[in-house]
Design a protein around this ligand. Sequence first.
Ligand code: SAM
Ligand code: SF4
Length: 342
Amino acid sequence: MHSTVVRAHEPFVSRPLPDPLKDAQGRLIAYLRLSLTDRCNFRCDYCSVSDYDDPGAVLTRLEIARLVGIFARLGVRRVRLTGGEPTLRKEVVAIAADVRATIGIEEVAITTNGHRLAELARPLRDAGVDCVNVSLDTLRPERLLAISGRGARLTDVLDGIDAAAAAGFEHVKLNTVVMGGVNDDELGELVRHAWARKASPRFIELMPFGKGVPVPTARVKRLLSEQGIALEPCDRRGWGPAHYMRGWSAAGEALHVGFIGAMTENFCDRCNRARVAADGGFQACLGGSAQVPLGALLREDAPDQAIEARIREVLARKAPRHHMEEATTGLVQLLPMMGIGG
Ligand code: SAM
Ligand code: SF4
C-alpha cells in the first residue's frame, strides 16, 4: 500500500446503511467511474479527446479524496479510475492509493490505453489497485497508428500488458472495440494473446461517439468461432455490463471472453453505476447529456450534506435506460466520451 494517503473525509464506522444510494428506478448505485483527466496521448477514431485540462477546473487530489469519501458513505464500494488517459495524471498512483484507503471502498480498478503501464503496473498494484483494463484494439502496429494516432506505439502497450500480467492484479482485462473492416479479422488472435497472459479479452460494441462501423455482439461471436475460438455459455458476471462465455486451454483450464453489447443488448436494468468527470461533473448515465458540477460545491467547501443532496437529486432523475442508438439520428446529444471515461 502507498505510504502516505490523503483522507479528506471523516472516517465512519462500518454499519448497515440506512439510506443507500439508489436511482429513480430503485437501482442501487455501488460503482463509481471517476475520470482523472480529459487529456489523452492517443486519438482513437471512435473517441473524442482533449489536449489539455482546464487547470482550474480539474479536481485536485484532495477534492477527489473527499468526494470518494462522500460516495463511499453513501454505499459506493467500487471505483474505476478512467479518463481521458488516467496515467497522464502525475499523481495517478497517489490518487489510486487514497481511493483504495477510503473506508468502505472494496475495489479499485483502472482503465488505461497501456502506454505508461510498463512503468506504472507495479506502483499501481502496490498502491492497492485491484484490477486493470487495458484497451487493445489490434496486434498490428500500423493498424494501431491508424486507429489511435501517431502517439500510439504498440510495443509500449504490449509491454504494459505484460507488466500488468506480472504485477499480480486480481484481474487484467483487455478491451477491444470491434470495428467493421478495421480489426474484425483479428479477434481470434486478440483472444489468444490475452489468454496466454491469463487476461480476459472483452469485445465492446462501438458506441456513437466518433467514427467507425459497429459490429453487433452476435456477429462478433460468429467471427470468433470462424477464427478458431470455441466458446460455450457460462454464468460468470462481473460488476459491469459484460456477459461472459467460456473456452478451454489445452491444459483443460477454463478461460473467458467478455462481451459488452452496448448498443444491441440493453443492460440498463442492471445499472449500478454513476460517473464523475475530471472537473467533478456528476452524470448519472453514460448516454445522458446533463452533468451537475460537484467540483464547484467542493471548491466552495460546501458541507458533505449539500453535496450528498445534489448527488441524490441527479440520481432521482435518472432515466430507466440510455437511448444512445438515437444519437446516430441526432435525436439524442451525447457528451464526449473523454469527459466521462466510458
Ligand atoms: N484512455 C483509457 C482507455 O482507452 O482505456 C480510458 C478511457 S476510454 C474513454 C475507456 C474505454 O472506452 C476504452 O476501453 C475505450 O476503448 C472505450 N471507448 C471509447 N470510445 C468508445 C466508443 N465510441 N464505443 C465503445 N467504446 C469506446
Ligand atoms: Fe484516449 Fe482512451 Fe479515448 Fe483512445 S479511447 S482516445 S486512449 S481516452
